[in-house]
Write a protein that binds this ligand. Structure first.
Ligand code: M6R
Length: 365
């Protein structure tokens, strides 16, 4: 069943071009239309004035990317919150907002309870983004988008994450269209970019040998720092979570602009610093953050796009992902950090598919 792969996680990382192609297929057919989210969406989505996303773990990081998309592309206010926090605080609900829960399994207890709480506060427009058909959370929601990642067996979520991002991009585009912020040319532009995405992800997967060489260095470390900005800050968070979850290396992620507000004190020549540095409008800012790290002796491991000017130098290692792909870039940049965590764990001999203390589906508090 594993074919040429050593673990489910590795297989699932490599299944991403297909998982993404399968998940974008209805979007490429229909464009950004409410029908993608189920039969009631044509009625409910036009009423939506804001979005509240609730999720746990990796699904929460998908939500955190979506916040940038929904506000920038659709011009709709968007909040994101961890389910275990949302469910236990006094929330001021706005029933004109769409409550979106994201859960690969559809069975996560905190996410389910947060959804019930939102409903009890008067939220009557709820959407579930889920990978398991007819699981508890989509059954309790008004609208649903099923990602088509196929069964995900490794505890570390990989292909579910990238397909959740597709679902969320579809939501941002659909809300943008409903709010008159997406003309035909812009819609076609996004659809073209999506069509090319599986190929770009395949290119990123082909970087595996280079990433394996980096992972060998990581495996000897006790700590790592991940930096990103804007859309890629959540990818830094996801990279740090993957690394700690399966290799047990302590990893933290920060928005790069926060470095000098505290974490810079941690940096010395024993602290590897991974930087997600796509060729976007924040690149120059990221480069100056990198200089701050280098000046303290920190070793930099930079994921840069093919079309940006970066040179390797002493203490600065660069792996180039494909050409910059605009707002879809976080989907592409998720792949190398998954591979880095996988190969670091392999070096350390941990149980990659079943890391200690963790379960695939968290149905308890
Ligand atoms: O099934 P869910 O998406 O609701 O699961 C949420 C988290 O438990 C999950 O993403 C967890 O963080 C992963 N093991 C991370 O790889």
């Amino acid at each position: 069943e594993l074919g040429p792969y050593s673990h489910y996680m590795q297989k699932e990382i490599h299944e991403q071009p297909k998982a993404i192609a399968d998940t974008i297929a209805p979007l490429l057919d229909a464009g950004f239309v409410p029908a993608l989210f189920g039969p009631r969406a044509a009625d409910l989505l036009p009423q939506v004035q804001g979005v509240q996303i609730i999720a746990c773990g990796t699904s929460f990081y998908a939500a955190s990317v979506a916040r940038y998309w929904i506000e920038a592309i659709a011009g709709v206010p968007c909040n994101v919150e961890v389910a275990s926090e949302y469910r236990y605080r006094t929330v001021v609900a706005n029933p004109s907002h769409l409550v979106v829960t994201i859960s690969q399994s559809g069975e996560t207890l905190d996410t389910m309870e947060a959804l019930k709480y939102a409903r009890s506060l008067g939220h009557d427009k709820t959407l579930s983004i889920c990978n398991v058909r007819e699981s508890a959370i989509p059954r309790a929601s008004d609208l649903v988008f099923y990602t088509r990642a196929g069964a995900e067996i490794g505890v570390a979520s990989t292909k579910a994450f990238t397909t959740q991002l597709i679902a969320l991009f579809a939501l941002a585009g659909t809300l943008a269209k409903l709010h008159g912020r997406l003309d035909d040319a812009a819609e076609q532009g996004y659809l073209d970019a999506l069509r090319h995405l599986p190929g770009s992800v395949q290119h990123a997967l082909n970087l595996e040998p280079q990433i394996t060489a980096w992972a060998q260095k990581f495996a000897t470390k006790d700590h790592a720092l991940f930096l990103g900005r804007g859309l890629h800050y959540p990818i830094a968070l996801e990279g740090a979570l993957k690394l700690k979850e399966i290799s047990y290396i302590h990893a933290e992620a920060y928005p790069a602009g926060e470095l000098k507000h505290g974490p810079l004190a941690l940096v010395d020549d024993n602290m590897p610093v991974v930087v997600i540095a796509p060729n976007d409008s924040l690149l120059e800012k990221v480069k100056s953050n990198m200089q701050e790290v280098r000046a303290r002796g920190g070793e930099l491991f930079v994921f840069a796009d093919l079309d940006s000017h970066f040179s390797e130098s002493d203490g600065v290692h660069v792996i180039r992902t494909p050409r910059h792909i605009g707002v879809l870039s976080p989907i592409l940049h998720a792949v190398p950090v998954q591979l880095l965590a996988y190969h670091a764990a392999l070096q350390r001999g941990t149980d990659v598919d079943k890391p200690r203390n963790l379960a695939k589906s968290v149905t308890v508090e």
